[in-house]
Design a binder for this molecule. Structure first.
Ligand code: F0G
Length: 466
């Protein structure tokens, strides 16, 4: 009866923030001045900003009013108590360690549990998670199912871990695996969900080896909603009950509240057992601040507490995932190759298919990103060789990632269907003249995480927009 892709937003707009499409000539200048890197653009020069869904959500009137009730006490803050109660209710984990954002929670988890030479196993670690594992001189091990790497697949849970490979890993290296980390949803392959069946299997396997299971819960509510939709056993469950069930199989989680916390900054660790909490606060205090604030203002925790309830609301999730699907379907209908099925927080375009004439070493994804900005002020992000290519330490050869993707991440409760229609038009126009787009070369790169600050220039005529 209801079509989720076209369902009106389940909210009215109470406050607006103007956005403006600056003239094309100005966009060409802006991107040139930015060294052809959209991270260097000024946000007021962007019309539809799909760089990330992280920290870009619109808060509700209830969240804004919750800010006023924040308790800014250094120790024993009421807002911490409230957030503890909420996390305990939504996740089922009673021991809360707030942090300023998700990677800070990862830093604490890795510092407390990972040692040099360890192997941290997961479905597919997010970049910052991987970074923190490497900082401990340990090895990130990604055991995503094969279908998870396919651009188009009808597998409903492309975020699942390959249980056979997990079994082998645990048998061979179990003593070097400090824990298994499931990222729900799996960001790096398109925001793909992990099934409850998979979570259960993983939990049984790790228990048999006495290894803990943690979740990277950044997009837990979107994952829970996909379980409701795609795993028939849970079709009649509430999203809240599904989320609780998911987390009941684990020992705790790291959380970037900038996603499914519906706030602009914040994160936490939460644990089922007191022992992990005791260990975590040893690191939280020096890294993040005292136990009862950990890098957040009391008002931040107050707004987050409200956000965690709103994010599991079925009407919210229906529209949220429906909007992502709407964008993906409309691009697909215009024969733009997108990761299928679409995930929970964005649409990922296979830039290599669109620009077959540009080799990975000349960043086809970046070429597309630059052109989307010039064409319609749309800011996406490259997730291909610019972000992920690296030198093999043994052979010194450049290893390119398997896919050259462009991510269009949709902020929560921010844009309307008209914005999505604009994006579809812009992407379609650019892809239709893909053959004319240039490759790019680097003129500056930092030694790590180079895509954030890289400077580039178009190869050839030096014109990226004709
Ligand atoms: N885990 C996942 C799955 C993430 O997607 C992110 C951030 C983090 C952890 C780190 O959290 O940013 O609060 O420190 N992802 C953002 C993105 C940056 O654009 O996908 P953070």
């Amino acid at each position: 009866m209801t079509d989720e892709r076209t369902l009106p937003e389940p909210f009215k707009i109470k406050m607006v923030e103007p956005v403006r499409l600056i003239p094309r000539k100005r966009r060409e200048e802006a991107i040139r001045e930015a060294g052809y890197n959209v991270f260097n653009l000024r946000s007021q020069d962007v019309f539809v900003d799909l760089l990330t869904d992280s920290g870009t959500s619109a808060m509700s009137d209830r969240q804004w009013s919750a800010l006023m009730r924040g308790d800014e006490s250094y120790a024993g803050s009421r807002s911490y108590q409230l957030l503890s109660k909420t996390v305990s209710c939504v996740f089922g984990y009673p021991h809360l360690v707030p942090t300023h954002q998700g990677r800070a929670a990862e830093n604490i988890l890795m510092t407390m549990l990972v040692e040099e030479g360890d192997r941290v196993v997961g479905n597919m670690h997010f970049d910052t998670t991987e970074g923190h594992i490497l900082l401990q001189k340990a090895k990130p091990v990604n055991l995503l199912i094969e279908e998870g790497y396919e651009v188009v697949s009808d597998h409903p849970f492309k975020g699942n871990i390959d249980v056979q490979r997990l079994q082998d890993e645990l048998e061979r290296h179990g003593n070097r695996v400090p824990f298994v980390l499931l990222t729900v949803t799996c960001n790096n392959n398109g925001g793909q969900p992990v099934s409850l069946q998979n979570i259960k299997q993983v939990s049984e396997m790790v228990r048999a080896h006495d290894i803990p299971l943690f979740f990277d819960a950044a997009r837990f509510a979107e994952n829970a909603y996909f379980i409701k939709q795609r795993e028939p056993e849970y079709a009649d469950w509430t999203v809240q009950d599904i989320a609780r069930k998911m987390f009941s199989y684990g020992d705790g989680c790291t959380m970037s509240a900038k996603k499914d916390g519906l706030v602009n900054i914040g994160g936490f660790l939460a644990f089922a057992d007191r022992e992990y909490f005791d260990e975590a606060i040893k690191w939280q205090i020096p890294f993040e601040g005292f136990i009862t604030y950990g890098g957040q203002a009391g008002r931040d925790m107050q707004a987050l507490s409200q956000g965690l309830y709103e994010v599991t609301d079925i009407d919210y999730l229906r529209q949220r995932t429906g909007q992502v699907r709407y964008l993906a379907e409309n691009l697909r209908r215009r024969e733009i190759p997108v990761i299928w099925p679409p995930g929970g927080h964005g649409v990922y375009i296979d830039a290599q298919q669109v620009l077959p004439h540009i080799p990975p070493s000349q960043f086809p994804g970046q070429s597309l990103v630059v052109e989307l900005y010039i064409e319609g002020g749309v800011r996406g992000v490259e997730l291909g060789s610019l972000a992920f290519a690296h030198e093999d330490p043994d052979t010194q050869e450049v290893v390119h990632p398997p896919l050259q993707l462009v991510r269009l991440a949709i902020p929560r409760r921010v844009y309307t269907r008209r914005h999505m229609d604009w994006v579809v038009d812009v992407v379609t126009k650019v892809c239709r003249r893909g053959g004319q787009l240039p490759g790019y070369s680097l003129t500056y790169e930092a030694p790590v995480l180079r895509h954030f600050t890289a400077q580039l220039e178009p190869i050839g005529a030096g014109k990226a927009s004709e």
